[in-house]
Design a protein. Structure first.
Ligand code: HEC
Ligand code: HEC
Length: 417
């Protein structure tokens, strides 16, 4: 569940993303002199183009389209255009499990295209940056540089108005500055404007202030390594890689589902389902209450030898994140176009591998190094998630999750090049 602690999310959570082979595409742009030519400086335009492409990559690997529209497919209709069907809305609160229960808030992913009156055209890049770093709603927060997270100090509003769950800003805020600016650049200048006015989200009178506690979501910046859940890696491991993996795990919100949200100091961080609230449904029941549901049980990612990832090799974990191959079902081997299994037994759409597969090899190996060497093992047996008898393969086709690697930039929804 990508919701807040004690709330649940009942809407398609098959958050997906993708990214292009950016390094390969940047040089294809005919903007200014070739930045690689000896003695030539990258022109501002070329640098801006590169920033936009970096932003696209980040948008895809963080699965913004899983909620804001179009999954990980920049060519899909409605890509990042916000809610266009009620199925994209979320129910936050006990009503997510129990129809009619209170409180109940309907929240709606917004139009991220640069449309001047219904999208990001209303905001500066700095307002977008502030929404991703501090969770401040751009429509209700002044366009100023913020230098503190304490209400009333350093331009941080005295009465902050936070973005509603399940917008994962508490994870996104841990991205480096240049990544957040790159996302803002892509939303403003890499996308064509789409006119789509999204109805405002509902929320409590305190605009979620009491929801986003440090206890639940942890601190920004992260607490020092290691917390009580973590351990110094053995001398045989690469400590720098482990620490980078830790940062990536938090930035990518793995704990939003696998436990502990974005707080490496939280009890049972990444230990998998330890409370019923972490089990969430995906499937047709989200739009039709009579239709079947599949219950998702995020698994134990700590290196415990019989209940966690201690059972799998690094390669099996890599294949899970890049190819969606269930580690229990596939041996340790390098997957190529020739030996990629037909009708593979894939991880469920509730596991956002379709977005994570677009991360670079280096990033995936860093995450695996952290899970293996940076976490203490926790014994916690998690029951298997439900899955359809025919497996999940067909579902991914129906969802239109896009390709890996992603379609080249620009698609019909994008501008640039
Ligand atoms: C799990 C669902 C989800 C994901 C994934 C997600 N968002 Fe959101 N986002 C939301 C919701 C819901 C809102 C509306 C919040 C509100 O109304 O307060 C929102 C609001 C926003 C806003 C504020 C827009 C406005 O007009 O107020 C921005 C900016 C934004 N998201 C950017 C992103 C970016 C960039 C990503 C990917 C890095 C992303 N979101 C991923 C659910 C999501
Ligand atoms: C939106 C919820 C969600 C997020 C975010 C998420 N996962 Fe998962 N993950 C799941 C679910 C659900 C499963 C079980 C899927 C199944 O059984 O088919 C799972 C399974 C896995 C598995 C397979 C483990 C096993 O023992 O079979 C790995 C590895 C994994 N996740 C790693 C990660 C990493 C790393 C991240 C962050 C980069 C992450 N997950 C983010 C929901 C999530």
């Amino acid at each position: 569940m990508r919701g807040s602690k004690g709330s649940a999310v009942a809407a398609p959570l098959w958050a997906i993303a993708a990214m292009a082979a950016v390094v390969g595409t940047v040089t294809a742009f005919g903007v200014g002199p070739d930045p690689r030519a000896p003695g030539s400086e990258a022109t501002p335009e070329a640098a801006r183009q590169e920033q936009i492409l970096r932003g696209r990559q980040l948008v895809l690997e963080h699965g913004c389209g899983g909620c804001h529209g179009g999954w990980d497919n920049p060519g899909a209709e409605g890509f990042l255009a916000g809610v266009t069907s009620p199925a994209q809305e979320f129910l936050i609160g006990p009503c997510a499990w129990e129809p009619g229960a209170e409180p109940c808030f309907r929240t709606r992913p917004r139009n991220l295209t640069p449309h001047p009156t219904t999208g990001m055209g209303r905001f500066s890049e700095r307002q977008i940056f502030n929404s991703l770093r501090y969770g401040l709603r751009p429509g209700e927060t002044a366009d100023v540089e913020i230098t503190s997270s304490t209400p009333g100090e350093g331009n941080f509003p005295m009465f902050p108005k936070y973005l509603a769950p399940p917008m994962p800003w508490a994870a996104w805020r841990h991205m480096p500055d240049e990544d957040l600016w790159a996302i803002a650049a892509y939303l403003k200048d890499g996308l064509k404007p789409v006119d789509n006015l999204v109805e405002d989200s509902e929320g409590p009178p305190d605009f979620w202030v009491s929801n986003y506690t440090e206890e639940a979501y942890g601190t920004y910046p992260l607490p020092p390594f290691p917390t009580a859940n973590e351990q110094e890696p053995p001398a045989s491991a690469n400590r720098e890689q482990v620490l980078r993996g830790r940062h990536l795990v938090v930035q990518h919100g793995c704990g939003d589902c696998h436990g502990g949200l974005t707080n490496p100091a939280a009890p049972a961080f990444l230990a998998g389902v330890t409370a019923p609230v972490q089990v969430f449904p995906v499937g047709p029941c989200l739009v039709d209450p009579e239709a079947p549901c599949f219950m998702m049980r995020p698994r134990n990612l700590t290196p415990h030898s019989t209940t966690g990832i201690g059972r799998w090799t690094d390669r099996q974990l890599f294949n899970a994140l890049r190819h969606g191959l269930r580690p229990a079902g596939y041996p340790d081997r390098v997957i190529t176009a020739d030996n990629h299994p037909d009708n593979p037994d894939l991880l469920a759409p509730g596991m956002v591998w379709v977005e994570k597969r677009h991360m670079s090899d280096d990033d995936l190996w860093a995450i695996i190094a952290y899970l293996r060497h940076g976490l203490k093992p926790v014994e916690n047996e998690v029951e298997e998630s439900d899955r359809p008898a025919e497996g999940w393969g067909g579902t991914y086709v129906d969802l239109g999750v896009g390709t890996y690697p992603a379609v080249p930039f620009p698609t019909a929804n994008e501008v640039g090049g």
